[in-house]
Design a protein. Structure first.
Length: 222
């Protein structure tokens, strides 16, 4: 399975994400945002966390105008797999690849702590490595993680079983405690918590590892 990790100026989780994917068995290529195309044969595009372009305008808004942006949108439109973590989730909403928006946390502070998440669906390559309803601990580190979507959008996410993870208890004011959502074709996941920071015992937890393992195994057999 071939994965491309995208780096923007200000990304700071790109290496961790590349390591987590490699440790799960992916063949990982690193891509600089100024490239305007993806290499041939990429199965998964991974958009990492961080502070792309200093979080100016809105988090992810400038990254979504980068030279690589068109290739990312095209990858999603042709049914390619994508994961956006934290700032990566913000970039995917700014690209229009995922619905909704990430707003300032209700407490108006930067939150950096372990969060407990509930796996709401295992019907995706990203969540197939978990049990439905499983509670996992994965760190959050954001000031704009408050997921919001209009009522009809929330209704569609629920009706189509596209809420991947929720916070339990609440963390940042997200509507319905949403921590991660899937695209309509279930091949794009955006999530604010950082599974790549919980994928190796050396960094204090391994609850994120099943996401990368399930993904790599699922795509290898897809
Ligand atoms: N760790 C991150 O990716 C930070 C995300 C984003 N820049 C925020 O603070 O909301």
């Amino acid at each position: 399975m071939k994965a491309a990790v995208i780096t923007f100026p200000g990304s700071n989780c790109d290496r961790d994400l590349a390591v987590a994917l490699s440790q799960a068995g992916a063949d990982v290529t690193r891509i600089w945002h100024k490239d305007d195309a993806l290499p041939d044969g990429i199965d998964l595009v991974a958009v990492p966390g961080g502070f792309s372009f200093g979080d100016y305008l809105r988090c992810g808004a400038i990254a979504a105008q980068s030279p690589i942006a068109g290739a990312l949108r095209a990858h999603a439109e042709r049914g390619g797999y994508m994961i956006g973590i934290c700032n990566g989730f913000q970039v995917l909403t700014e690209l229009g690849v995922l619905p909704g928006a990430l707003m300032r946390n209700t407490g108006l502070t930067f939150l950096c702590k372990p969060a407990t998440l509930r796996v709401e669906t295992r019907d995706s390559a990203f969540t197939a490595g978990y049990a439905a309803g499983q509670v996992i601990t994965v760190p959050v580190a954001h000031h704009d993680g408050n997921y919001q979507i209009a009522p009809e959008g929330l209704e569609a996410l629920r009706a189509e079983d596209r809420v991947a993870f929720t916070y339990a208890p609440a963390v940042n004011g997200s509507v319905a405690d949403i921590a991660g959502v899937l695209s309509a074709n279930r091949r794009v996941l955006g999530m604010m918590p950082h599974p790549e920071r919980a994928a190796d015992p050396a960094t204090g937890g391994t609850d994120g590892a099943a996401l990368f393992r399930g993904l790599v195994q699922g795509l290898a057999t897809a």
